[in-house]
Design a protein around this ligand. Structure first.
Ligand code: SAM
Length: 285
């Protein structure tokens, strides 16, 4: 494990204990929903689709927004899919994807995250999780190859070198014609997720908290990783209530929107946008 991965492991050992809060459950539902609905088979290479600014998912009506059946895209209508959730964390995205595939393997470098993942799927032999660093290990186990789909949610902005992560995911985890989906913070959308951190700060602390990526960065990154039919769905805007320490005020904003949680804590409405980027491994590469 390199020093960056070691720092991430230390950081997420603590995060695992508090990760599954209502805001994160909401955010990962939105992410999974948009991965499942993105009609990648009907996009052209280089396409960027963008939500209208007026469309905002809000954590206030999460149960209404996600009450019905998800109308998944044609790609996900094939229920025989083998899926990998790279940097799976506690399995919040996985649990929304599992009903739409045959089997799912979560992998993560944090043993604590993987422990929480496993408790969600006890008794389901089709869902497994492993602690493994596929970015640096020389050898990747047999069952960590040839996935139809690899998803990676909210992890690229913690990585030292997202471009090399994309290449490794493409070459090591996907079968020919398999798809990679990356969901993360849209750096060109409204609001902010983490407070701004320079690349220098990230290297110093060892835990990158990049404030997301642009659609053009994602297109070029996935293309350089050797993927084809690369496309991005961006400006998927959210408003969710978080404790003060996880709040970022939007530049120019003067007033905070708050609500009181059932435990009496003041929560702040945080607005930001995410994207889902996708690319397909060529038939022969
Ligand atoms: C913000 S969490 C996202 C978890 C999950 N994907 C989600 O959307 O809820 C980032 C995750 O990336 C994992 N991670 C960081 N570096 C990694 C690496 N090199 N390989 C695998 N997982 C890694 C962390 O341990 C953590 O679980």
């Amino acid at each position: 494990m390199d020093s960056f991965a070691t720092k991430n492991t230390e950081f997420f050992a603590k995060e695992a204990l508090v990760y599954d809060d209502p805001a994160k459950c909401f955010l990962t539902k939105v992410i999974a929903d948009n991965i499942l609905k993105f009609d990648v088979l009907n996009q052209k290479d280089g396409d960027v689709v963008s939500n209208d600014d007026s469309v905002v998912y809000t954590s206030e009506d999460v149960d209404i927004q996600f009450s019905g059946e998800i109308d998944v895209s044609p790609l996900w209508k094939n229920k025989d899919l083998r899926v990998m959730d790279f940097a799976c964390g506690t399995g919040l995205v996985s649990r929304n994807i599992v009903p739409h595939c045959k089997s799912l393997l979560g992998i993560d470098i944090s043993p604590q995250m993987v422990e929480f993942f496993k408790t969600k799927f006890t008794g389901n032999p089709n869902v497994q999780a492993k602690v493994i660093d596929i970015l640096t290990s020389d050898q990747v186990p047999e069952d960590v190859h040839d996935f139809d789909i690899t998803v990676c949610s909210l992890a690229f902005h913690h990585m030292e070198d997202p471009a090399s992560v994309a290449s490794t995911l493409s070459s090591r985890t996907l079968k020919p014609l398999g798809w990679l989906f990356v969901a993360d913070i849209d750096s060109e959308g409204a609001g902010g997720f983490h407070d701004a951190q320079t690349d220098e700060d990230a290297v110093k602390s060892g835990v990158a908290h990049k404030n997301g990526f642009s659609a053009s960065f994602m297109i070029s990154t996935l293309k350089r990783a050797g993927l084809q039919n690369v496309c991005v769905h961006r400006n998927i805007s959210l408003e969710m209530y978080v404790p003060k320490k996880r709040y970022c005020r939007v530049p120019g904003q003067t007033e905070d929107k708050t609500k009181i949680a059932p435990n009496g804590e003041t929560l702040y409405a945080k607005t930001f946008s995410i994207f889902v980027a996708a690319g397909q491994k060529p038939a022969s590469s």
